[in-house]
Structure formats: C-alpha cells, structure tokens
Design a protein around this ligand. Structure first.
Ligand SMILES: C[S@@+](CC[C@H](N)C(=O)[O-])C[C@H]1O[C@@H](n2cnc3c(N)ncnc32)[C@H](O)[C@@H]1O
Length: 215
C-alpha cells in the first residue's frame, strides 16, 4: 500500500488509524520503531475481540455481494480475504497488551495527535482518509493531514478512492490547499490493489513553512 523500502522500515514510523492491523506487531518483532494511534485503543482485548466477531460475518457477505468491485489478484475469494484478515487481527490481539504497556498503541484521534513536532520520520494512514470521504469533510481532511505533517517529515495515505471506488471528491481540494501552504506532494502508483481503482498513494513532505523547525 505504501511502497515501503527496507530503508523506510528503519525510520521512526507513526501508523495513524491502524486499528486491529498487524503492522505494529510485525515491524516491532523485526526490530523496527513504530507507534500506532487509533481511538479504538481505549478498548480491552476482550472488547476488540467481541467487536471483530460481530462485524466479521458482515464483512464477508459484503465482499461476496460486491465481488466485482475488487481485484482478485492478491486474494482468491472472500473467504481467503477473511482468513488473511483474521490472522492479522489475531497477531494484533496477541501483541496488544504488551504494545499498550510499552506505549506502542495509543488512544488518539485526528485531527489532534499527542505527538511532538517532527517526532516521526514517516506517518502512514490507510483506509481512513479519502476512503470515508462521505463521512469526513474536506476541512477535516485538510486539518488531519496538516496534523500528520506536523508530527512527521513525510506522510503517505492510501487509498485515494472512496467506499464506492470513485476517486475521492476531496482529493483536488486537499492537493490545492497543501500545495498553497508550501508542502511538496505527489501521487504514486503502488503494487497493492484490492479495491478496484485503488492504485495510488498520496505522499506529502513538510517543507517551506516548517523549515524553521529544523534550525
Ligand atoms: C477501516 S479501519 C482501517 C484500519 C487499518 N488502517 C487498515 O488499513 O486495516 C479505520 C480505522 O480508523 C480509525 N479512526 C476512526 N476515526 C479516526 C480518527 N479521527 N483518527 C484516527 N483514527 C481514526 C478507526 O478506529 C479504525 O480503526
């Protein structure tokens, strides 16, 4: 989703809206440095498990109903997606208590993160911004991305389509506003694609107005 290189994985990474994904657990096991933030980290292992059990059948039937909206290249069929996601969630759940104690999972919500300016080299945000364009306004997208740029030198966001697979209607406004504020940014093709049309990530680097933080 983010074209992460080996060098990227050595950087100090913030995962925003990571939810029950296994990225933090896997990268930490490899010796990487990563913080995940998500409002759901106020919940216990048992509460998250219950929620996963509740939504899992609906997720599978939604995939089966909307089969044509996905590209079946990485996954064979909806039950394959289900088993891959379930094993990622189990990996997260195993790691969650230790990660909470170590401060690797922190309850927080955009547009305000409890992080210092430029504390992270790279912030990653998947399946939240742009995907939920109907639910999250343009102004909230801009505020959220500026906050990610405050705490990280580089931000990558994936996908850039909404839940219907259409290019997010907020993308032109976000790009215009960030470019006007002096950020460098661009869209880049990535290897991963499951939702049809979800071919690109957006990368943003803080330059210009933020340079004074470096001196
Ligand atoms: C669809 S999930 C994506 C999880 C993970 N990033 C992935 O790609 O599998 C969206 C996540 O965003 C989190 N979220 C919702 N509102 C948020 C906010 N304001 N700031 C940060 N995360 C938020 C939700 O709790 C949820 O875990």
């Amino acid at each position: 989703m983010f074209s992460l290189s080996d060098e990227d994985l050595e950087r100090i990474i913030l995962g925003c809206g990571d939810g029950p994904a296994s990225f933090n657990a896997e990268l930490t096991a490899l010796g990487g440095r990563v913080l995940s933030v998500d409002p759901m980290y106020c919940f216990s292992v048992e509460e998250i498990q219950q929620r996963i059990r509740r939504v899992y059948p609906g997720m599978l039937s939604q995939l089966a109903r909307q089969r044509d909206e996905y590209l079946w290249r990485h996954f064979r069929d909806p039950s394959h997606v289900g088993s891959v996601r379930m094993s990622a969630m189990n990996r997260f759940l195993e790691d969650y208590p230790k990660g909470l104690a170590d401060g690797r999972y922190i309850e927080a919500s955009l547009p305000e993160l409890p992080c210092l300016d430029r504390e992270y080299d790279l912030a990653l945000c998947s399946h939240l911004l742009f995907l939920y364009s109907e639910q999250i306004s343009l102004a909230s997208h801009i505020a959220a991305i500026k906050e990610l740029c405050r705490v990280a030198r580089e931000v990558r966001i994936y996908p850039l389509v909404d839940l219907e697979g259409r290019p997010s209607s907020h993308l032109p406004g976000v790009i215009r506003e960030l470019a006007a504020c002096g950020y460098e940014l661009g869209m880049e093709k990535v290897d991963y694609q499951f939702q049809k049309g979800a071919t690109d990530m957006l990368w943003i680097q803080s330059v210009g107005e933020n340079l004074e933080l470096d001196v």
